[in-house]
Write a protein that binds this ligand. Structure first.
Ligand code: NAX
Length: 332
């Protein structure tokens, strides 16, 4: 059997981790022949809850799970880590401004970036889920200068999955028939879910989604808004934020990073911008990528309509503002 890889989940006592850990232990992310050592990081007050999670992991009776370490200390958590899910963050409390939330989280991701820099493997793959995910990923990477920037990504896969499901439902096909819908920008309500390059497979032939739907008003209006506000809709109904679907998306994102994307298919990930599509450099921007040998390549040459351009600029501006706010907090 292969040697175990070290997989870290932060916020391990929280609700997303609760769904994610099962997928990891069952082999649905790193493969059914890949044993794993799990490191579970959370804050000291959550250690009791985390003990319960460890008991349940044991009771899963899954052979791929070799060792489980619950801890509140980043050093043993990140030591020689191969793959890291940064899920833990400070949740928004009542009366808290967006700025306060950003300030609290930026500090967490600075500390974790420094710890990754010192203790993790240099080829570690870091997926940031905790919000504001894009800016947290940028900060984390900044404080881990010995690890390549490409090794830090932010999750917009949940948004991609939501968009894919919404399009499939509208067309009336199974969700796997829809491909290449793109999430551009920030994982926030300024994100731009874009179906312009998406295809739907019918009778083994790929057709443009725009033709299959044939309703630009819906694609540019209701579709975009529904995806942008889907997280809020789940909170309104469930009284808690998306967790099962977020965990599934985190697994999808990491699996594609680990094993690569399928031919003619791309996925969206928040990655450090290299200036492609006129997007400002040095923000973590969700872009379409293909992945091979654990390295992603930004898909180039997609046509951007003037309508899309305006949407990309809005979400880029928000990310630049977040970066400025984060830098202001870190300079205090
Ligand atoms: P929970 O509040 O259930 O769990 C968060 C856990 O993180 C808690 O156990 C908390 O103690 C822990 N934590 C706090 N500070 C920590 C630190 N410094 N080190 C380690 N652990 C720490 O939240 P949950 O529903 O699991 O959501 C986690 C994060 O994911 C939130 O920031 C949430 O906004 C974000 N989301 C991101 C999504 C995305 O698509 N990128 C979608 C889902 C979700 O909203």
């Amino acid at each position: 059997q292969a040697k175990p890889i070290t997989v870290v989940v932060t916020g391990a006592a929280g609700q997303i981790a609760y769904s994610l850990l099962y997928q990891l232990a069952a082999g649905s992310v790193f493969g059914e022949d890949q044993p794993i050592d799990l490191r579970l990081l959370d804050i000291p007050p959550m250690m009791g809850v985390l003990e319960g999670v460890v008991m349940e992991l044991q009771d899963l009776a899954l052979p791929l799970l070799k060792n489980v370490l619950p801890t509140a200390d980043p050093e043993p958590a990140f030591k020689d880590a191969d793959a890291v899910f940064l899920v833990g963050s400070m949740p928004r409390k009542e009366g808290m401004e967006r700025k306060d939330l950003l300030a609290a989280n930026v500090k967490i991701f600075k500390v974790q970036g420094e710890a990754l820099d010192k203790f993790a493997k240099k080829d570690v793959k870091v997926l940031v889920v905790g919000n504001p995910a894009n800016t947290n990923a940028l900060i984390c990477s900044h404080y881990a200068p010995s690890i390549p920037k490409e090794n830090f990504t932010a999750m917009t896969r949940l948004d991609q999955n939501r968009a894919q499901a919404a399009l499939a439902s509208r067309i009336g096909v199974s969700v796997d028939k829809v491909k290449n819908v793109i999430i551009w920008g920030n994982h926030s309500s300024t994100q731009y879910p874009d179906a312009a390059h998406a295809t739907v497979e019918k009778d083994c032939v790929a057709h443009p989604v725009s033709k299959a739907i044939n309703d630009d008003a819906w694609l540019n209006g209701e579709f975009v808004e529904t995806i942008q506000k889907r997280g809020a809709a789940v909170i309104a109904a469930r009284k808690m934020s998306s967790a099962m679907s977020a965990a599934k998306a985190a697994g999808d994102h990491m699996r594609d990073w680990w094993f690569g994307t399928k031919p003619n298919q791309f996925v969206s990930m928040g990655v450090v911008s290299d200036g492609s599509y006129g997007i400002p450099k040095d923000v973590v921007f969700s872009l379409p990528v293909t992945i091979k040998d654990k390295k992603y390549t930004i898909v180039q040459g997609l046509e951007i309509s003037s309508h899309a351009r305006a949407k990309l600029d809005i979400t880029a501006k928000e990310l630049e503002e977040e970066r400025a706010e984060a830098n202001a907090v870190l300079q205090q």
